[in-house]
Design a protein around this ligand. Structure first.
Ligand code: ASP
Length: 332
């Protein structure tokens, strides 16, 4: 029987990490466990798809940067432009998986399935979750019904959407959740089922491409609100050359008086300010007139780290143009 071809793009993470013993579940590292060894640990994958492995990086995902995103996006677009490749899987550390997934969701040209997966337990662990996560991700990537749904994240049998999903637990295998919007579907055994879809434009429907970062990504810093904050990090970001600042405010994106003064000052120098929230659920919408009058843009339902990705792409395309950035935040 002809099997679909799935390309696996490896970037590192816990799924290819190992520790000294099978009960060591933290403080592991990427050593000599390769993507090929991971694949060999799940022989039944060959019943589902013909696989080709494309190495992109071999790093913990806390070290992912914009250059790696661009390299990954270009590699995926090139592979999926080939008729014989049905879908893509990206193996990735879970720590920043949601940011890479959202970047790909905004820049990839393809409508074929692209699925990010990883693991919470290292390959050496008792009950390591990587092998089943990889098999499930390949099943989803090989499934025609997974096409044109935007970039997907599949761990622990749950299929989530890049835009709405966050890492919600620092150690549990059930970590990726979309608390307000729910999962898109599930994969159990050989069944892949979708129950809902995403409304926001993604992949081939967006105005973005990996080329938007071809001369480097604009500097955008995230500043977290906290009791006693005084705007120091906003001033430091401006001095470091930030073109944009995402303020992860309290509750509905609120801003302390001292922070407000620093952000007004930043905005007056042409830095585009986005108001997000450190509170994980609920939107940040238009609020006080003085913030809107200063050009602060509400992040809507994007987390601070996803708002940063969108702000970088928006500024790369429309440098310093707060009106275009505001339109982009309303759209994506
Ligand atoms: N440290 C890991 C990473 O690369 C965590 C993981 O993959 O689960 O993000």
């Amino acid at each position: 029987m002809q099997r679909p071809k799935v390309a696996i793009f490896s970037t590192g993470g816990t799924i290819v990490s190992s520790a000294a013993s099978s009960t060591q579940l933290t403080n592991y590292a990427i050593r000599d466990f390769t993507p090929e060894a991971l694949l060999a640990s799940v022989p039944s994958i060959s019943d589902v798809a013909e696989i080709e492995i494309v190495p992109v990086a071999n790093i913990p995902s806390s070290c992912i940067d914009e250059a790696t995103w661009v390299k990954l996006a270009r590699a995926i677009d090139a592979a999926l432009a080939r008729d014989e490749v049905a879908g893509a899987v990206v193996t990735h550390g879970t720590d920043t998986m949601e940011e890479t997934a959202y970047f790909l969701n905004l820049v990839l040209e393809t409508r074929k399935p692209v699925v990010l997966t990883g693991s919470m337990r290292p390959s050496s662990a008792l009950s390591a979750d990587g092998p089943l996560n990889l098999l499930n991700a390949v099943r989803v990537a090989a499934c025609p019904g997974a096409a044109d749904r935007g970039i997907l994240i599949t761990l622990n049998g749950v299929i989530n959407a890049a835009r709405s999903t966050m890492k919600s637990n620092s150690i549990s295998v059930e970590t990726f959740r979309a608390p307000e919007y729910g999962a898109l579907g599930f994969v159990v055994g050989d069944e892949v089922e979708f129950v809902t879809r995403v409304e926001k434009p993604h992949t081939a429907e967006t105005e973005f491409s990996p080329d938007d970062f071809s001369s480097g990504a604009p500097r955008v810093d995230i500043v977290l609100a906290h009791a006693g904050d005084d705007g120091l990090f906003v001033r430091a970001a401006v001095e470091a050359g930030a073109e944009g600042i995402v303020h992860a405010g309290c509750g509905h994106g609120t801003i302390s008086k001292k922070m407000e003064a620093a952000l007004f000052d930043a905005a007056s120098k042409g830095v585009v300010v986005v108001r997000a929230s450190r509170t994980p659920t609920g939107p940040v919408l238009r609020s006080l007139d003085r913030w809107s009058d200063a050009g602060f843009i509400p992040a809507g339902t994007l987390s601070p780290q996803k708002a940063r990705v969108l702000l970088q792409l928006a500024l790369a395309k429309y440098p310093g143009d707060a009106a275009e950035v505001a339109r982009i935040f309303r759209t994506y």
